[in-house]
Design a protein around this ligand. Structure first.
Ligand SMILES: [Zn+2]
Length: 332
């Protein structure tokens, strides 16, 4: 970025595990279009960290999610900054998206280091489809307390695992666990059970952690409300994070989305479809700040899996779409 001579770069929290980078064209004094991405990746085999180019595709951990699409964004940003040094653009790169995005996108938006009227985030969907909704992730911990005792003398204690079983049988009866995969609905999945005792003890407490993915704000979600009620009925302590559960949504009628559709149709010769996506992204933090966000991707596959890949020609098309969109939206 700096070697281009056309941009100014700031890095925040450099000494933390999750630094962020903000870059702007050299003479820019406002920010309207955000080009956002992350450089962190999920775990992979050692071999996945040596990229391989084969038949027009690049294989490797992070090729699709999202170093490939991010490099296209960077290139578009540098190209445009070289042409005009005062464009209202911000390139934003975080390094903690895969672990929640709290110190990256969330931090930058909350501290007003990052702002704009629209964001482009190539971190979801496939083949230029556009994400219209993503579920809001939420961790919910339900804690049952008991009275610890030696396992050889169970009559001296109260076993919280028995309480947990009785709670669990109630939530099964209420049919609030998991989804059927067909409808766009909230899913609630028991993900982990934690107790801290040794095996010859009745535990003092046991926690059941749920992975919840909301389709409605948490205050109005029926399944979640029912789960919380049952927790109360069984005298459990419930820990729910206030800031979690943010849902991403963007309207297909939004002017930026319409403009993006035009650029994509022209360059990729196809009209993108809109898709709902069960997983989440940093788009939820932009949604919280009411910044409409275009979440899309070039052609690629196996995100978070073996043989992750991205198509090189499609990456180039994606860069052209970004440049075309920005050029046409310059007079926001
Ligand atoms: Zn990603």
């Amino acid at each position: 970025l700096t070697s281009s001579g056309a941009v100014k770069v700031e890095i925040h929290n450099l000494n933390s595990d999750q630094p962020i980078l903000l870059a702007k064209p050299k003479k820019a004094n406002e920010s309207k279009i955000i080009l956002a991405g992350h450089i962190d990746v999920v775990q992979g085999e050692a071999s996945q960290f040596s990229p391989l180019i084969k038949k027009g595709k690049i294989f490797g951990r992070g090729s699709f999610d999202m170093k490939g699409p991010l490099s296209a964004l960077i290139l578009a940003f540098v190209n445009l900054s070289k042409k005009e040094n005062n464009l209202p653009l911000t390139l934003f790169i975080s390094s903690d998206e895969e672990i929640g995005g709290w110190q990256g996108t969330n931090f930058a938006l909350r501290k007003k280091l990052l702002n704009g009227k629209v964001a482009i985030l190539p971190d979801g969907g496939e083949k230029f489809s556009i994400i219209s909704q993503q579920k809001g992730p939420l961790r919910l911990e339900i804690i049952f307390k008991g009275i610890s005792a030696h396992a050889a003398e169970p009559e001296k204690g109260t076993n919280p695992i028995i309480k947990l079983f009785s709670f669990f049988s109630d939530i099964e009866k209420a049919k609030i666990l998991e989804g059927n995969g067909r409808e766009w609905q909230t899913t609630i999945v028991p993900a982990k059970i934690i107790s801290t005792n040794s095996l010859n003890q009745i535990p003092e407490q046991v926690s059941l952690i749920f992975d919840v993915r909301l389709t409605k704000p948490k205050e109005t979600d029926k399944k979640l409300t029912l789960l919380l009620k049952l927790g109360q009925k069984h005298s459990a302590t419930i820990k729910i994070s206030k800031v979690d559960g943010l849902i991403f949504k963007v309207s297909p009628e939004n002017i930026f989305i319409k403009s993006w559709l035009r650029s994509t149709s022209q360059i990729a010769h196809k009209r993108p479809s809109f898709i709902k996506n069960a997983t989440s992204s940093d788009g939820r933090f932009f949604a919280l700040k009411k910044i409409p966000t275009i979440i899309t991707c070039p052609k690629g596959g196996n995100r978070h899996a073996d043989k992750e890949w991205v198509d090189l020609k499609s990456l180039e098309k994606f860069r052209l779409i970004v440049e075309d969109f920005i050029t046409k939206k310059m007079d926001l």
